[in-house]
Each structure stands twice: as structure tokens, then as C-alpha cells.
Design a protein around this ligand. Structure first.
Ligand code: ZN
Length: 295
């Protein structure tokens, strides 16, 4: 297997890696996204970065991971938090400028792929990778490959309805998982209860004895248990791997797991929920693994 290149296109930084045939990182570089400069400037920076990463190799396969996704219908980027990418044919533009086919996937699928092949899900055939961060996403990895589904929407549990007529979501509907379990959603819930603006980290570390903490945590765990319990009832994965800032909360792996298992229909509710092993590198490593699909 030749070397592959992975690009993680985030809202603030672009990260690139080159993996050797054994999957080891042999080149790594980070540059700022500077999304305020617009779409064309981002394309320029991506192309230059990919060329730099490819030096000494004959057009290695390239995978790109980014929040948002490619529309199955139009081939254009949708739902990206880097707004200038929305409605743009990023994949096509990069392919034209590089003179080669590339793969482009949403960041949750890249996260899931990396954790399934190189991280906490290693050795398992069916892995559900979950991102609980600024947004909520998921990726289903079956035998080391992304399961995309008919319209490339498989695993998108962040916009499954958790609470009918609940909080309104940017996607236009109400009560999506993301409006209860993303970092900003949990912080908003804290503010609603206490009037205080606190980061999630501060709430979990420093507000444990606050009179509203117990109610906040109880609701959080109930939503977490319900959301993931529903996924497990449909998918019955070998393992669920959690990523994103919210996944750093340690009681998700004790009380959170119990809340999930309470909502599992199976008579052996023991699906492991594991913290990710690759941290922030999962996205870019997943993108490089994705490039192997081109071989
Ligand atoms: Zn939604």
C-alpha cells in the first residue's frame, strides 16, 4: 500500500498528515484556516498544503474530512460551520486543481474510521463513533469501512429527534439530540437554570455543589441515555467510542453507561462505551485512512 494523505479542514485550523504504508505518521503540518478570507483562499491553502505533503511522491491518494457533508443530491457542501464552504463544490474544485480524484467525508465519519482502525474500537467489527462537541455527529464503521447509507446520511444521530417539540435546531426542526447534548447546549441549559455563563469544563469541575447541579446532571444523563440507547437498539454495535469536548467528562463512563443501558432493549445491556484514544488527531488520521478507498 502506498502512502496516503489526510486533511482535516476545521473552522480554525487545517491539519495535514502523510501516513506511511503501515499507517504511521511521517509528515504532519497545521496551518490556520482563515475562513474570513473566503472560499477561494481556503482552496488555495488546501492545494498548497496537499502539494507540500505529497513532495517526493507521485500524487498520493488524498482524503479530506470536514464538519458538514457533501449533499448526495448536488455534490455541494452542506451544514458546514465554515459558512463560506456551504453550497460550494469543494471536492470537485480540489480534484480539478490537483488533477486527481479525492475522497471527502464529514468529520464524524473520519473520527469513527480512525478510532475503529487505529484507536479505541480496534479489533471490533461494528463501531459507532460519536462526536459530542460543538455539534453532535456519529459515524458507523463496519469492518473498517464507513457505512454511508443510501443518501450518505447513515449515523447522523445528532439530528434524530430526542424531545418532540423541544429546543429549536439550526436544521429547522425541534428537539434534535444536538440541541441537548452538544457542549453549547449543555452550557445553555446551565445558564437557563442558574443565570450563570459557565464553560462546560467549569460546570463539571467547579459547580458540583451548586444547588442546580444535580438537576442539570440528571437531565443530561437522561438525554444521553435515551439518545445512545436508541442507537444501540437499532445498530447493536460492538463498541461505542466517544469524542469531542463533552466526552472528557469522566462520569459518562460510569453513570452515563448505566443511563444508556437502562434504555437498551437487549437482555444483555453491556455495550462498551469508551473514550477515544486518538484525541484531536482522529479527524486527520481518519481522512488519511479514507484515502485508502481510492486504491
Ligand atoms: Zn437538528
Amino acid at each position: 500500500m502506498p502512502v496516503t494523505i489526510g486533511i482535516d479542514l476545521g473552522g480554525t485550523k487545517i491539519e495535514a498528515v502523510r501516513l506511511d504504508p503501515e499507517g504511521r505518521v511521517e509528515f504532519l503540518k497545521r496551518i490556520p484556516t482563515r475562513r474570513e478570507e473566503g472560499y477561494e483562499a481556503i482552496c488555495d491553502r488546501l492545494v498548497n498544503l496537499i502539494r507540500e505533503c505529497s513532495e517526493g511522491h507521485e500524487q498520493p491518494p488524498v482524503g479530506v474530512g470536514t464538519p458538514g457533508a457533501l449533499s448526495h443530491r448536488t455534490g455541494l457542501i452542506k451544514n458546514s460551520n465554515t459558512v463560506c464552504l456551504i453550497g460550494r463544490p469543494l471536492k470537485e474544485d480540489l480534484e480539478r486543481r490537483l488533477g486527481q480524484s479525492i475522497r471527502l467525508e464529514n468529520d464524524a465519519n473520519c473520527f469513527g474510521l480512525a478510532e475503529a482502525v487505529l484507536g479505541a474500537g480496534r479489533g471490533h467489527s461494528l463501531v459507532f463513533g460519536v462526536i459530542l462537541g460543538t455539534g453532535v455527529g456519529g459515524g458507523i464503521i463496519l469492518n473498517g469501512s464507513i457505512l454511508r447509507g443510501r443518501t450518505w446520511g447513515a449515523g447522523e444521530w445528532g439530528h434524530a429527534i430526542l424531545i418532540p417539540d423541544g429546543h429549536s435546531c439550526y436544521c429547522g426542526r425541534r428537539g434534535c439530540v444536538e440541541t441537548y447534548l452538544s457542549g453549547p447546549a449543555l452550557e445553555r441549559d446551565w445558564t437557563r437554570r442558574t443565570g450563570q455563563q459557565c464553560s462546560l469544563e467549569t460546570i463539571v469541575r467547579e459547580q458540583v455543589s451548586h444547588p442546580d447541579f444535580r438537576g442539570w446532571k440528571t437531565d443530561f444523563l437522561r438525554h444521553f441515555g435515551l439518545g445512545l440507547g436508541n442507537v444501540i437498539n437499532i445498530l447493536d454495535p460492538d463498541v461505542v467510542v466517544l469524542g469531542g469536548g463533552v466526552s472528557n467528562i469522566d462520569w459518562l463512563y460510569t453513570e452515563g453507561v448505566r443511563a444508556v443501558h437502562t434504555n437498551c432493549f437487549t437482555d444483555v445491556p453491556e455495550t462498551p462505551l469508551l473514550p477515544n484514544q486518538l484525541g484531536d488527531s482522529a479527524g486527520v488520521l481518519g481522512a488519511a485512512l479514507l484515502a485508502r478507498e481510492l486504491l
